[in-house]
Write a protein that binds this ligand. Structure first.
Ligand code: CP
Length: 306
């Protein structure tokens, strides 16, 4: 019997496995008909204890395009969590009904607990301010398709680097590729957590902090914008004060490289003005589309199909 795999952190996948997933996702884009029935009679449970548009819908679309079925809930209130059921009992139940589980939860570590109790693969679809590994796969696929490689990049991470789980996962992923450097662009109160900075230093990765997007712009190959994470703040006053710290406007791209790409995990609130959407460097809607293909490849991988 093959070993049961879970995806809790992006580092649960090796660089070689990520390259394989990107290859499969590329093949799915080229030959969708070859995959349309491959998950027939398989079921994906989407257990979302926190709101989502892209992650839940792209997982759902991914399983449907593989010929499988999807069951689940999109808020804790419509599950027996509302009656006091624990995460571990919920997962034991879901693994009786489904072949694979994608789970989002507001508490850091909840998918790790879920994996301990599951008899089927568990995919972390975002846990609090901690990790979001399938967003990172989406980001890597986007960078690979737009830039042709995952190394030799200067990446600007802008916005809420403290609570932004997509940023934390992306850093963990990118430090495994050659010649990647980072420029952190955030208000001081939303700086990258010290444990991420310690990881960068321990690995000898070049990084710096700046307080202005304009200062970083000419150096960047990838600009990764993020939303200030309202749901992680303890008081609304702080959120209101910080939420518009960085707003990317089209005229600010005048000093950017021609082949830079602008990414954002979405949803955006106010941090990218609408006129940027028309710039050829805007890659965030393409990025959301890539999320479906890479999740198709991931479902196949986790189920041990092909
Ligand atoms: N990027 C992302 O996780 O979006 P959703 O919250 O809409 O799933």
């Amino acid at each position: 019997m093959s070993e049961l795999r879970h995806l809790i952190n992006i580092t649960d996948l090796s660089v070689e496995e990520i390259a394989h997933l990107i290859d499969v996702a590329d093949d799915i884009i080229e030959h969708p008909e070859a995959y349309q029935d491959i998950c027939a009679h398989k079921k994906l449970a989407t257990l979302f204890f926190e709101p989502s548009t892209r992650t839940r819908l792209s997982f759902t679309a991914a399983m449907m395009e593989l010929g499988g079925n999807v069951l689940g809930f999109d808020q804790a209130a419509s599950s027996s969590t509302a009656k006091g059921e624990s995460v571990s009992d919920t997962i034991i139940m879901a693994s009786c009904y489904a072949d694979i589980i994608a789970m989002r939860h507001p508490k850091e570590g909840a998918p790790f607990v879920a994996a301990k109790h599951s008899s089927v693969p568990v995919i972390n679809a975002g846990d609090g301010g901690h990790f979001h590994p399938t967003q990172t796969l989406t980001d890597l696929m986007t960078i690979h398709r737009k830039r042709g490689e995952l190394g030799n990049l200067t990446i600007g991470l802008c916005g809420d680097l403290k609570f932004g789980r997509t940023v934390h996962s992306l850093i963990e992923a990118m430090i495994r590729y050659d010649n990647v450097r980072f420029i952190m662009i955030s208000p001081e109160e939303l700086d990258l957590p010290s444990y991420n900075k310690e990881t960068l230093d321990a690995k000898g990765i070049e990084w710096k902090e700046v307080r202005s997007l304009e200062e970083a712009m000419p150096e960047l190959d990838v600009l990764y914008m993020t939303r200030v994470q309202k749901e992680r703040f303890f008081n609304e006053e702080d959120y209101i004060r910080l939420k518009d710290s960085f707003i990317l406007r089209r005229n600010m791209l005048e000093t950017a490289k021609e082949d830079m790409i602008v990414m954002h995990p979405l949803p955006r609130v106010n941090e990218i003005s609408l006129d940027v959407d028309e710039d050829p460097r805007a890659a965030y809607f393409f990025q959301a589309l890539m999320g479906k293909y890479i999740r198709m490849a991931l479902i196949l991988f986790m189920l041990g199909i092909r």
